[in-house]
Structure formats: structure tokens, C-alpha cells
Design a protein around this ligand. Structure first.
Ligand SMILES: Nc1nc2c(c(=O)[nH]1)N[C@H]1C(S)=C(S)[C@@H](COP(=O)(O)OP(=O)(O)OC[C@H]3O[C@@H](n4cnc5c(=O)[nH]c(N)nc54)[C@H](O)[C@@H]3O)O[C@H]1N2
Ligand SMILES: Nc1nc2c(c(=O)[nH]1)N[C@H]1C(S)=C(S)[C@@H](COP(=O)(O)OP(=O)(O)OC[C@H]3O[C@@H](n4cnc5c(=O)[nH]c(N)nc54)[C@H](O)[C@@H]3O)O[C@H]1N2
Ligand code: SF4
Ligand SMILES: [Mo]
Length: 921
């Protein structure tokens, strides 16, 4: 194994160890490369066998990382957007050099700072940046410019977890570790769809349950997710009632004598107030608030308090709420009251979402934080950081947090915003408002790896960043483990590393502002130098990593913090001695009453709207959206509703509906799901304007925030759903090489706006294809159809055509090299699934030929299509699994003889469910 980044001149296959760039599990990967005529390219990826987060395993997203490494749709050159005579942004972008780009940025920022002060500019960065990138950005804002206006997408993600830990344990440190799953006797999983969002951790949970059948799992989630379905007990609470649930559980724990009074006496404070408060949270009243059975509440409490070791795993179901801090604190209350902390298998373990959410917290890269878990509000902390940086002072005025920041951009208080490694036009709540803010801003810089995100059209300056497979640095995963990220190939085009871009901008801005300190403050030549400076800021702090170095991580592998100078291993878990980093050394209970969410349903907006993740996609899909097979599990945005609510509205599966809140709306298909309780609806967060004709889920979500953490309430909005009559349908499918797929999708994206309903996706595997699905009130005009033919390269002269003007139906099929390579159906699309399979699987062309030329529009009898793919590694459809199960196969048989679910394992929860359904029938 090579020890450092390979010399790029080396010839032949080469492998480099790095970390997966998706979720906070932080799996180690081995990147496989090959040298080609056009330089070194990434050809494969596999799990690093000895990485303590994954021991060789990767999920569906990790195993397909190499398929996202091609250059198409990458930003390759700095680009400047032109403005029209009225000063509005145009679609026209001009390539420019780095010197010119950074000079322009420095001049614009300097002019605004001189005229309006440092708080008139802001940085909005990301938990997907490496620790070194993050550190430089934070110092640039707080140390050079003198503004605390630096916030990140972690505000939408982990800030309630940070606030919850600090309020109770005294510091932002997840005390547990992955190994605790093996030692636990009870797992309390709340607001976390671990099976989808932290799949490799979920494999660990499956293994632990297999090894220890006594291990009890409780899942708290309003939806019956794959994680919930697998659990011993699923509490399908009403959305936003987590605090009531925890208070009710504590009530039961007290009643049952399951609290650890010795622990409470020796290591905590404030219990009396909480005890008094939970008196009124009787099982009956809590069951009513949460909409669950009293018995289930009591069982949950007994399992939690009665087990030898209880581990809680929680995520956005708790964090993304206007009560997010209290949701977190109330789970921690339960651990403190039962002494379930600081021992193997016990503790409140907040799962981090992004690969470096933790690193961002460590460098203090948020509007209210400072380096090494210091607080901006604390004058001593400010003085310490100023001394470490060698500057007079860091500004005391708190910076603006994400939602406030974009509001201030909208009102003109903030005039220039620098966005790096995040896509706020899609991922922020109330996307319409954020888009309006961006369009009003005087100057927007976007530092991105990919060109086609929803934020890109608002950028005046686009700066191409290097990304996974190219960058060097470190990230910290959920269990406080710092791992190296390494480069396997050179960045394409003119792309540069994020920390380099931030440094070079800082140097130029310093120059413009006449700040002679800048060259000293940003004298880094390698990410290692940045790491070493960051390390020094942690000395004596709870996350002290003075014993770590790049060389040490090289020699000894990934390490958990704290790891102080002189130590050889980090802390596996925290607070084993019952001492907490608070003034008194005791943990604090955080008593609080149940409060409803900020937005409530009413007669006009009667349905609760919830959002979250899919198994195979990542956020705005700039990366996963390039890989055809990652669409096969869920092909398009579908609103999930309960069957009763659908019947009440006379909706059928597949109907097109408009979902509207007080802020905006989107159009999607609707499907009944028995995972949903009545009164609730759900749409995945991934689909934005690149994939549908609206901003998607965040067109309707609420910008209400938690008063302490300022985290927005992305899981709770009130909506109304109405059916749209769009009888005229269109489906266009075109095969394309994997490398060219993103480009064709980008080219087709402007078409989405032309229809009442429209989505874009990929399908297929060896032979990927782009698919545009659309519907409209009336047939669209010939000009638009001609545009479609041009964009999708349909050749009317060589394609098979059928037209029935009277019925308004047209069929067009292209056959190339004995395969169906293009299909355009208008008016009627009943045969689309059959034709889709014909294209993806290369089925015989003859039946398709006959069908095109015949007047029928339905597919030939019996050709319904394979349907949804469940096992992505082996390309197995749900229909095929059902057939095998009907013939008697159980999970073991599916795995042993058919090998389904034996590679990455991400589909195992669904295989189990299909077997369960069959057994129940
Ligand atoms: N496949 C995939 N994995 C990912 C990501 C991705 O984009 N794709 N993103 C990563 C990131 S950044 C993050 S933050 C994590 C998020 O990981 P998770 O938090 O596990 O994922 P979500 O689907 O956002 O939300 C989890 C669950 O919260 C539930 N929920 C909603 N309201 C409530 C409530 O009031 N109470 C409770 N108890 N639960 C509620 C939802 O129904 C949902 O099932 O995933 C990470 N992993
Ligand atoms: N409705 C709803 N909205 C949500 C959520 C939800 O559950 N529901 N979850 C929220 C959460 S938890 C999160 S974390 C956010 C995530 O929201 P975003 O941060 O907007 O999501 P991403 O699509 O991951 O954006 C990262 C961007 O960085 C780019 N990129 C990749 N690598 C690099 C790199 O090395 N350098 C640079 N400069 N750019 C790079 C990618 O192309 C991508 O466009 O979404 C939030 N929004
Ligand atoms: S669980 Fe999947 S997405 Fe998360 S780090 Fe591991 S391979 Fe990557
Ligand atoms: Mo996140």
C-alpha cells in the first residue's frame, strides 16, 4: 500500500487509501486507478479491509463512487457570469483564469467591506469540506475579515445535537463509539433511518442482533421505515412529540424504580426539577400526545432502563425541529437518569450526517463557535483564539446562522456571499426565499465541484473545486475518529483544492484591505501545515489531538479523539469516570415541557409534511445523480401518503398532485404507503430543479428554527395536496454512455419547465439511459417536440414512427446496432415500463418493431416490466425476489443460493420484509 499520495508520473495500476465522501459513518476505501492516454483515472473502489468504521464493507453509494469520478459536468475553469443592461444575471458564462477570478473576488469583497463593514459579507460552507479546508475558511472570516458571518449546512444538520450535548454533558462530544453496538442490550433508535442513512452501521446492528438475540431494538419514527420494520418495537409517534415521549419514559422509569439514583446523586445535577416536571407525563397522557399505545410506552421505558447497557442512536428526526435542542437533551436525560453512559454499550450517540460534520465542529466553523469547541460568546475563548492566531481580537458580535444569513442577503444587509461545497438553493428550507435572496445579492461566489446544481445559476463567479479522489486532508466520523482523505488522481481542468482557493483569496483580500498580517496568517503550503495549526488550538481542550499527526495517522491508522501528546491511542468512549466538562464536573439534566412544532396543520393545510433520505441518493444528487443504477431503487420523486387520506381525496396510485404550503408548491406523483400514518405525507429531499419542475421538498418546508441551535424545522410543515388533471403524457428515453449521461441530463433540464409535471432520471446499468417523464393539461406544440428530438438526438428519418392524430398518440422508436436506443411516446405512455426494460436489458427488437407499427398503445400481453430494483449490486428486481419467495425461498436461501443481498447488504432489510410479507400471507 502506498504511504502517501502517489507520484502522478507513476505508470500502471495504483491504489490509494482514502475515506468515502458520503455519510458520517466514515468508511475507509481503497481507490483503484489506471493510467490511460488521457492521464490517470479512477477505475474502481472497494472497502478498506482494516478500517475500523467498515472493515471492508461499503454500501450502494460507496461501491459506486468510482462511477462518479468522470469529468463530465465538472466545473473545470473559473467562470464569470455576464449581467444584462439592467444588471440582471444572464445565462452567459465566460471562462476566466484563476488570477483574474480571485482578483475580482478580492476587489468586490474589499469594496463592500470598506463601504459597509465586515458584516456585509458572509461565507456559507459545508460539513463536506475537509477539516483543513474548514479551518482556513473560518480563519479567513473571523481572523482576517473580522466577521463571524460564517455558517454552514451543519446548521441544517447537527447544530441541535451540538446544543443538546452542551446543555447536558457540557461539551460537544459524542461519548460513544461504533463498538458499543456490539455491547448494547437495548438500542433506542430515534429519528434515524439508519438502514438508509448509515447503512454500514446498520450492517453492524444486524450482526449484533444475530450474535445476541436478547438485544432489543426500539425505533421511534412517525414513519414505518426499513429501520422501524426490523425493530422489536416501533413507536410511530406523531411528528414532533419526542420530548413528551422521553418525559413519559422517565415517568415510567421513576415509577418502576429503574432510575440509577446513585449515578444521579454522584454525577449529575438538576434531577429534582426534572422529576417534578415529568410527574404530569403519565403513560395515559403521553400515549395521547404521541398517538401510541400506553403499553408500548411502558415497554420502551422498561427495556431502556432495565437493560444492562442501552445505546441511543439518533439523527435528523430529533435535530430538524424547532424543539431540536430539547429533543436531543431529553434523550440524554434518560441516559443520565439511568446511568446508561460511559460504559461499553451505553450512551447517547448522535449520528453525524455528513462525512466531516464533526471536523467542522472541531474547528469552530460556525457563526457562534470558535476553534476547538470554543464559544464565541465567551470573552476568554475569543482572547485565546486571537492569541493563537496572533491577531488583536476576534469579533464579539455573533454571526448570522444559515436561515438568518440568507434573510440578511435578501434584505441587503449582507451584500456578498461566498458559498462552498453546498447547494443552498435546494437544501435550505423555503427554497423560494433563498433563491430570491441569491438573485438580489450584489455578488455571489460559488466554489463547487460540479457545474449543474440549483445554486449555480445565481453565482456571479464559479470557482472549480477539486473533490473526492483528488483532495488531501482529514475528516472526523461520528465516533470522533479522524481519518486521512487522500488524492488518487490530479484534479481535472483548472480545479483547485478548497483550502488553496480560500488561502489564495485571503492573501489577495488582505492585500486589497491593506492588512499586512495576511501573508503570515495564511502562510500554508500543504494541508498538513493547516492540520498542525488546528491541532495546536486543541491543546488542553476536550478534543485535544496534540498526540496526532499525519505521520501518526499514516503509521497507526485512523484515531479517535481526544488523543493527547504522549498518548498512543485515543479515547474509545468518554465520561467513564462520571466527570463531565461542566463547571461543577457534573452532568446537567435539562428539564423541559413538550411543545408543538412551529407550524401546525389546519383546515387549509391539513396534512403534515415530512422529508428525508433515500437509500441510494445523496442530497442534491450532484454525484449520485450521475449513476444510472442508483435510480433503480426509487426512480422518481413520489409523495407518500396514507391510503385513507388518499381515498378521502379520491387519489389513485400514480396520480399527479400539487403539494402546497404557505410558502410554495411542487408537483409530483402520489402513492399510498402503509408506512405512513393518516394525516402525514413524505417526500425525499433529493429531487430539486435539476430533476423536477420545481425546487422539490424545500419549495414548501418551513424556515422556523430552534431558538437555541437555530436549526431549521425541515421535518415539519403543513401542506395541502390537490390532484392535477394532466391527461396528456410524454415519455422520452435515450441510451447514452455512463460518461455522457450527466451532460444529456443537463441539456434536457430546461425542458422541465415546459410541462405541468416533469421529471428527469437515469435508468439501466451496462446500458444507461436518460428518461424524461412529463404530463400536461393539453398536448404540447410541435416546436417543443422538435426541441426534444434535437436534445435527445432523435433522427426522424431512421426511427420507426407511428402517429394517430385522431387519438393524439405518437410513437417513435430508434434502433441502433440491434438494440432499442431511443423511445418517444406522446399522448399515451402505457408501454413505457416494457420499453424501458427493452432498452436497459437489450431485449429483442422484433416485438418492439411490431408494436410500434400497430395501432395499440398498451404493451403486448404479459410485458409489464421488471419494476423496482431492490438488490443493486446484483441487479435484482422486487418482482424477481417475490417470485423466489413465493417458491419458498427464505432470507437464507435468497442469500445462499441466489446470492441476493450478499454484497453490500444494503437491501437486506427489504429482503427480510418481502419474506415476512409472504409468511404473513
Ligand atoms: N442514503 C443517504 N444517506 C445519508 C444522506 C443522504 O443524503 N443519503 N445524508 C447524510 C446526512 S447529511 C444526514 S444528516 C443523515 C440523516 O440521517 P437520518 O436522520 O437517519 O435521515 P432522514 O431520512 O433525514 O430522517 C430520519 C427519520 O426521521 C424521521 N422523523 C421525522 N419527524 C420525526 C419526529 O418528529 N420524531 C422522530 N423521532 N423522527 C422523525 C423521518 O420519518 C425519517 O425516517 O444521513 C446521512 N446519510
Ligand atoms: N427538506 C429537507 N432539506 C434538507 C434536509 C432534510 O432532511 N430535508 N437535510 C439537511 C441536511 S441534514 C443537510 S446536511 C443538507 C445538505 O445539503 P447540501 O449541502 O446542499 O447538499 P449536497 O448536495 O451534498 O451539497 C454539497 C455540494 O458540494 C459539491 N461538492 C462535492 N465535493 C466538493 C468539494 O470537494 N469541494 C466543493 N467546493 N464542492 C464539492 C457537490 O457537488 C454538492 O453540490 O440538506 C439539508 N436540507
Ligand atoms: S455507509 Fe455508505 S455512504 Fe456511508 S461512509 Fe460507508 S460506504 Fe460511504
Ligand atoms: Mo446532514
Amino acid at each position: 500500500m502506498p504511504s502517501a499520495a502517489p507520484s502522478l508520473s507513476a505508470i500502471g495500476p495504483f491504489e490509494v487509501r482514502s475515506t468515502c465522501c458520503y455519510c458520517g459513518v466514515g468508511c475507509g476505501v481503497v481507490i483503484e486507478t489506471e493510467d490511460t492516454a488521457s492521464g490517470r483515472v479512477i477505475t474502481g473502489v472497494r472497502g478498506a479491509p482494516d478500517h475500523p468504521a467498515n472493515f471492508g464493507r461499503l454500501c450502494t453509494k460507496g461501491t459506486t463512487l468510482h462511477l462518479t469520478a468522470g469529468a463530465s459536468t465538472r466545473l473545470l475553469q473559473p467562470q464569470l457570469r455576464e449581467r444584462d443592461a439592467k444588471g440582471a444575471r444572464t445565462a452567459s458564462l465566460k471562462d476566466t483564469g484563476w488570477d483574474q477570478a480571485l482578483d475580482i473576488a478580492a476587489r468586490r469583497f474589499a469594496a463592500i467591506i470598506r463601504e459597509h463593514g465586515p458584516d456585509a459579507v458572509a461565507f456559507y460552507i459545508s460539513g463536506q469540506l475537509l477539516t483543513e479546508d474548514y479551518y482556513v475558511f473560518n480563519k479567513l472570516a473571523k481572523g482576517l475579515i473580522g466577521t463571524n458571518n460564517v455558517d454552514t449546512n451543519s446548521r441544517l444538520c447537527m447544530s441541535s445535537a451540538v446544543a443538546g450535548y452542551k446543555a447536558t454533558l457540557g461539551a460537544d462530544a459524542p461519548p460513544a463509539c461504533y463498538e458499543d453496538i456490539d455491547h448494547a442490550e437495548c438500542l433506542f433508535i430515534s429519528g434515524s433511518n439508519t438502514a438508509f442513512a448509515h447503512p454500514i452501521l446498520y450492517r453492524r446492528i444486524e450482526a449484533a442482533r444475530e450474535k445476541n438475540p436478547a438485544l432489543k431494538t426500539i425505533v421511534v419514527d412517525p414513519r414505518r421505515t426499513d429501520t422501524a420494520r426490523d425493530a422489536d418495537l416501533h413507536l410511530a409517534i406523531l411528528p414532533g412529540t419526542d420530548v413528551a415521549l422521553a418525559n413519559g419514559m422517565l415517568h415510567v422509569l421513576l415509577w418502576e424504580g429503574l432510575c440509577n439514583l446513585d449515578y444521579i446523586r454522584d454525577h449529575t445535577e438538576g434531577f429534582e426539577t426534572l422529576k417534578e416536571l415529568v410527574r404530569e407525563y403519565t403513560p395515559a397522557s403521553v400515549a395521547a400526545i404521541c398517538g401510541i399505545g400506553e403499553e408500548d410506552l411502558i415497554t420502551a421505558a422498561k427495556w431502556f432502563g432495565g437493560s444492562r447497557a442501552t445505546l441511543s442512536l439518533y439523527c435528523q428526526g430529533l435535530n430538524q425541529s424547532s424543539n431540536g435542542t430539547q429533543n436531543n437533551a431529553s434523550v440524554i436525560n434518560l441516559h443520565l437518569a439511568t446511568g446508561q453512559i460511559g460504559r461499553p454499550g451505553a450512551g447517547p450517540f448522535s449520528l453525524t450526517g455528513q462525512p466531516n460534520a464533526m471536523g467542522g465542529r472541531e474547528v469552530g466553523g460556525m457563526a457562534n463557535l470558535l476553534s476547538a469547541h470554543r464559544d464565541l460568546a465567551n470573552p476568554e475563548h475569543r482572547a485565546e483564539v486571537a492569541a493563537l492566531w496572533g491577531i488583536d481580537a476576534v469579533p464579539a458580535k455573533p454571526g448570522k446562522t444559515a436561515v438568518e444569513l440568507f434573510n440578511a442577503v435578501r434584505t441587503g444587509e449582507i451584500k456578498a456571499v461566498w458559498i462552498a461545497c453546498t447547494n443552498p438553493a435546494q437544501s435550505m428550507p423555503d427554497a423560494g426565499l433563498v433563491r430570491e435572496a441569491l438573485s438580489r445579492a450584489e455578488f455571489v461566489v460559488l466554489q463547487e465541484a460540479f457545474a449543474n446544481t440549483d445554486t449555480a445559476p445565481y453565482a456571479d463567479l464559479l470557482l472549480p473545486a477539486s473533490t473526492w479522489g483528488e483532495k488531501e486532508g482529514t475528516v472526523t466520523n461520528s465516533e470522533r475518529r479522524i481519518t486521512r482523505v487522500r488524492s488518487a488522481i490530479a484534479p481535472p481542468g483548472a480545479a483547485r483544492h478548497d483550502w488553496v482557493i480560500a488561502r489564495d483569496f485571503a492573501l489577495r483580500l488582505g492585500n486589497e484591505l491593506g492588512n499586512t498580517d495576511a501573508p503570515r496568517l495564511f502562510a500554508y503550503t500543504t494541508p498538513e501545515e493547516v492540520f498542525n495549526e488546528h491541532r495546536e488550538t486543541t491543546r488542553g481542550r476536550d478534543l485535544d489531538i496534540t498526540g496526532m499527526s499525519y505521520a501518526m495517522l499514516e503509521a497507526r491508522g485512523p484515531q479517535q479523539w481526544p488523543l493527547r501528546e504522549g498518548e498512543t491511542t485515543g479515547a474509545v468512549r468518554l465520561y467513564g469516570d462520571g466527570r463531565f466538562p461542566t463547571a461543577s464536573g457534573r452532568a446537567r439534566f435539562a428539564p423541559t415541557h413538550h411543545k408543538p412544532t412551529a407550524e401546525k396543520t389546519d383546515a387549509r393545510y391539513p396534512l403534515h409534511f415530512n422529508t428525508g433520505r433515500l437509500r441510494d441518493h445523496w442530497h442534491g444528487m450532484s454525484r449520485t445523480g450521475r449513476v444510472a443504477r442508483l435510480y433503480s431503487h426509487v426512480e422518481e420523486p413520489v409523495l407518500a401518503m396514507n391510503a385513507i387520506d388518499m381515498a378521502k381525496r379520491k387519489f389513485k396510485d400514480g396520480d399527479i398532485v400539487q403539494v402546497a404550503s404557505r410558502r410554495g408548491e411542487f408537483v409530483a406523483r402520489v402513492e399510498a404507503s402503509d408506512d405512513m400514518r393518516s394525516g402525514q405525507s413524505y417526500l425525499p429531499m433529493h429531487w430539486g430543479s435539476q430533476f423536477m419542475n420545481s425546487a422539490g421538498a424545500n419549495a414548501v418546508t418551513s424556515p422556523a428554527v430552534d431558538p437555541v441551535s437555530r436549526q431549521p424545522e425541515l421535518k415539519h410543515a403543513a401542506v395541502r395536496v390537490e390532484k392535477l388533471e394532466l391527461p396528456w403524457e410524454l415519455v422520452v428515453m435515450r441510451t447514452v454512455s455512463e460518461a455522457a449521461a450527466p451532460e444529456l441530463m443537463s441539456a434536457a433540464q430546461p425542458l422541465l419547465a415546459e410541462f405541468g409535471y416533469a421529471t428527469l432520471a437515469l435508468f439501466g446499468r451496462e446500458q444507461p439511459a436518460v428518461i424524461l417523464r412529463a404530463a400536461n393539461k393539453v398536448p404540447v406544440g410541435e416546436t417543443l417536440l422538435a426541441d426534444i428530438d434535437r436534445i435527445f438526438a432523435f433522427d426522424a428519418t431512421t426511427s420507426l414512427n407511428y402517429m394517430d392524430a385522431r387519438r393524439g398518440i405518437a410513437k417513435r422508436v430508434m434502433v441502433t446496432g440491434g438494440r432499442v436506443t431511443g423511445v418517444r411516446l406522446t399522448g399515451e405512455t402505457a408501454a413505457r415500463e416494457w420499453l424501458k426494460d427493452a432498452m436497459a436489458e437489450g431485449l429483442a427488437v422484433e416485438p418492439v418493431r411490431r408494436w410500434v407499427l400497430a395501432p395499440l398503445s398498451a404493451p403486448p400481453a404479459g410485458n409489464v416490466g421488471r419494476g423496482r430494483i431492490v438488490c443493486n449490486c446484483l441487479n435484482v428486481a422486487e418482482s424477481e425476489i417475490r417470485t423466489a419467495v413465493e417458491q419458498g425461498a427464505d432470507l437464507a436461501a435468497l442469500q445462499e443460493t441466489l446470492k441476493y443481498g450478499t454484497q453490500c447488504g444494503s437491501c437486506v432489510p427489504e429482503l427480510k420484509q418481502l419474506v415476512r410479507i409472504r409468511k404473513a400471507a
